[in-house]
Design a protein around this ligand. Sequence first.
Ligand SMILES: *Cc1c(COP(=O)(O)O)cnc(C)c1O
Length: 373
Amino acid sequence: MAVPLLDLVAQYREIREEVRAAIDGVLDSQVCIGGPKVAECEKAVAAYCDCKFGIGASSGTDAILNALMSLGIGAGDEVITTTFTFFATAGCISRTGARPVFVDIDPRTYNINPALIEKAVTKKTKAVMPVHLFGQMADMDPLMQLARSHKLAVVEDAAQAIGATYKGRKAGSIGTCGCFSFFPSKNLGGVGDGGMIVTNEASLADMCNIMRNHGSKPKYYHKLIGGNFRLDPIQAVVVLVKLKYLEEWHKARQANAAWYDKRFAGCDKIVTPYVEPHNRMIYNQYVLRIRADKGASRDQVETHLNHKKIGNAIYYPVPLHLQQCFADLRYKEGDLPHAELAAKEVLAIPVYPELTQAQKDEVVAAVLEAAGA
Ligand SMILES: *Cc1c(COP(=O)(O)O)cnc(C)c1O
């Protein structure tokens, strides 16, 4: 039996009529840019994240880019972030003209290790961008304390973590702002690209609003050079429909994760996701570590799962400090060893809410077989 990494068709089956009616509403209105549905979506997502303001974005990437530009980050500045993340995190820093400064991870959570940030701070540092990887928030208390003492902005890359919490506080609500993605594979996805910035700071929200319309206010008068970073109403209404089901979907992912945790518990070649007791993890991905030091091979497990048509993915095979496009930053292999080892050992397996028991059994059997357990 083939098991996909994610089954959006199964999800769509449950909400098809609602989504189609909502999209029809947009089409009938012919309000195709901005309008009341985008505003409603911004309000709903901000409320869900315990934030005052939501500013829609054309993608998670553009949410990050807009946030950095609106904070005034640019040439000559440095932004500290994790090396173990999706490319957009650091790509956006570079696109503002600033320099990404990479820090290693906590090997248990795969998130930025806050104890390593202080050493990376220079006179040029303007912001820290923690990433809440796989659906678990980074260790925000020490990070915020350090940011406050150095007067740094904190941009949470919460693209994978909508609804996750840290000591009861929602992803996106702790830093200066938080950035979400509605890429279809995120826990809350649209039917195309989309994203959102959330913040409690009115002045930043204003700036993000101006920046996403080419920096113009009033229209055709440009104080700043911004971009077209707008969320469109089709994505907004789909997100509004799906938001009603989000908690239910989170819980189904958590139940699948708990079941996997139990089934893999006896195997010393496999490390299951570690969740800090003060965190609520929403499992955008369920990522195993296949331990090379115990004689298991991640690549062998990957090959075996592919052969059995079981969806899997490596997030991420190359830490950002070793990416070709950042060669001019002069990092080398060995600089950030925890991330480098994780890149060789991690493997994501299906955890989506609609997984059946038979599918989960199949996944576990294939992983255990391939790991030589
Ligand atoms: C998905 C993702 C993004 C970018 O989101 P897009 O909507 O694909 O542009 C940024 N950061 C992280 C960590 C992501 O997972």
